[in-house]
Design a binder for this molecule. Structure first.
Ligand code: DHE
Length: 519
């Protein structure tokens, strides 16, 4: 790829000399976009312009950015130079997949690594008097910024420009000192929650799915869609440690669906999008069996557990019948509930035995990554929203049966709760009723209240304060806000203006793996 780049740049220079026709979006791209976004569309000064990085950006939004530019960035508007047809052609062009999987090896990753505040230079205590464990990291997608919010006084402590299109949950070091953020185009940022400054950045991939932090806080792992790799980073300053090619050893490679840390197992669990396998990657130097007893296999009776962890970064492969797009763990991290986006059923995989032990009928694209769990009498329930159905599915983890399909006002993305509240909150942001938040009683499994804090405007993604007393809801609009509700009375407490706030992550809830919060 390093050899291809100069060639593309030279081609771009030649094409820049002659005006491109509207019929040739590739030439328009080379003429107007390649200098900042890379001749290969993989990003340079500007972000990567490939469908995987653009996410769900609508063609009209892409056209608006091309025509008007992006405020507070170096992206200029091309509305004066290009016709509407040319702008539409460019917006379509950047949504075309790349012809081949690009490479991004250790040397490429190392070349992007910047440590702006070395760990040894950081202060020994926070530079503010707020509770450092009740801070929120709030992603403002509207202008690609992050706000660090004091969760007691609801006052921003800092706001900084992030990489383009952060996606997925922010992840903290186990002590809550550092937060790690990933952008769709592969940048990982480490931010110090005490001194409120960026520590280091590295581009771990060209298109990254998500990141996870190991149970002992030593490693950050990035799971990539492009190229097909996992990248281990040193959590102290994001120094690249290892690149793991994601292949089945038979010539087939795969995108990563997601990587999560499994604290009791001292491992990362990875699901692959194109190969029906789950990988368990050890983050411990010692080799040991992960489980010595028996497990109830609902499909095959009692079976002995055979999981083995065999040294740092050793990979244990669990073969499945179907690939997984999205998954969620039971609280003990013994079982994983996973589904492919277009499948009709989810698989329960026991990680100790290393195979499927049950199947749960879950059509309608369950969004298991947004699932939550809670204890109900002697059982643990898991609840998941659906991206394509107006329902929440509630599953008993003892029997792996659906105990309830709760009708909602429309399909939604997220669910949230907290140990200290009897309620779970969910959105209907993928529907006509995108302006509603439904509150479900975890005891009766019924909806008890519907909030419409901003009629006809999208509300989505909820996160609780450390003590569970307040719920923060995103008014997911460019002139949006964080709306703080009393979690018991559902009264609005305050509204903080923000630019399209998307996810928000409370330090305490995340580092304690609260059962109501994403992990
Ligand atoms: Fe997400 C988390 C996958 C589209 C906002 N999303 C995640 C995670 C995965 C995922 C695997 C868990 C990562 C983690 O936290 O470590 N998301 C997908 C998709 O496959 C999907 C449907 C298609 C895609 O474009 O990738 C998708 N996601 C979206 C959006 O369109 C959202 C609404 C806006 C955006 O930012 O792109 C969106 N996803 C989020 C957010 C989280 C997330 C805010 C973190 C939730 C949390 O509470 O942890």
């Amino acid at each position: 790829r390093r050899e291809i780049k100069p060639a593309l740049a030279a081609l771009g220079f030649l094409l820049a000399a002659s005006p491109a026709s509207a019929a040739d979006p590739s030439a328009l791209y080379t003429q107007h976009c390649a200098a900042c976004h890379g001749g290969d569309r993989l990003g340079a000064l500007g972000p990567a312009l490939i469908p995987e990085a653009l996410g769900r950006m609508k063609p009209e939004s892409a056209m608006a950015v091309i025509a008007e530019g992006r405020a507070a960035t170096q992206m200029p508007g091309f509305g004066e130079q290009l016709s509407r047809d040319e702008i539409a052609a460019l917006a379509g062009f950047i949504q075309q997949p790349l012809a081949a999987v690009p490479s991004w090896e250790m040397a490429d990753i190392e070349a992007t690594h910047v440590v702006s505040h070395p760990p040894a230079s950081l202060p020994k205590r926070p530079v503010y008097d707020a509770d450092p464990l009740n801070l929120f990291t709030v992603v403002e997608a509207g202008d690609h910024h992050v706000t660090i919010l004091d969760g007691d006084r609801f006052v921003p402590l800092a706001r900084f420009q992030s990489r383009f299109a952060l996606h997925g949950g922010a992840k903290y070091s186990p002590d809550g000192r550092f937060v790690y953020l990933a952008s769709r185009d592969g940048w990982v940022t480490q931010y110090d929650m005490w001194s409120l400054q960026i520590v280091a950045e590295v581009r771990a991939g060209i298109n990254t799915r998500n990141i996870a932090v190991s149970e002992d806080g030593r490693f950050v792992m990035a799971g990539n869609m492009l190229p097909h790799s996992l990248v281990v980073l040193d959590a102290r300053d994001l120094t690249p440690v290892k690149v793991i090619a994601v292949t089945n050893g038979k010539g087939q490679s795969s995108r990563v669906s997601a990587v999560y840390t499994a604290p009791p197992r001292q491992s990362f669990i990875v699901a692959l999008k194109d190969i029906p396998e789950i990988w368990e990657i050890s983050t411990s130097e010692t080799s040991r069996p992960v489980f010595g007893g028996f497990v109830h296999n609902h499909e095959a009776g009692m079976v002995e557990a055979i999981g083995i962890q065999s040294g740092l970064f050793a990979i244990r492969r669990i073969e499945l019948d179907e690939t997984l797009d999205d998954f969620f763990f039971d609280p003990g991290y013994a079982n994983l509930l996973g589904a492919s986006r277009d499948g009709a059923a989810a698989q329960v995989v026991n990680l100790n035995v290393g195979r499927r032990i049950a199947t749960v009928p879950l059509p309608g694209m369950p969004h298991l990554g947004s699932g939550i769990s809670w204890k109900s009498e002697d059982r643990t329930l898991i609840a998941t929203p659906h991206l394509k159905e107006s329902a929440i599915s509630i599953i008993d983890t003892k029997t792996w049966r659906i105990v309830k399909r709760l009708e909602t006002l429309g399909p939604g993305f997220f669910m949230r709760s907290h140990e200290n509240t009897p309620y779970a909150w969910t959105d209907a942001s993928l529907s006509q009723r995108r302006d509603t938040i439904q509150i479900i009683d975890k005891r009766t499994l019924e909806t008890v209240r519907t909030l419409t804090p901003a009629p006809n405007r999208t509300v989505s993604h909820v996160e609780f304060t450390r003590d569970g007393r307040y719920a923060l809801v995103s008014l997911w609009e460019d002139d949006g806000a964080l709306i703080v509700f009393d979690a018991a009375t559902f009264e609005e407490i305050t509204r903080l203006p923000m630019r399209k706030p998307s996810g928000k992550y409370n330090v305490w809830n995340k580092i304690r793996f609260s059962e109501g919060t994403s992990h």
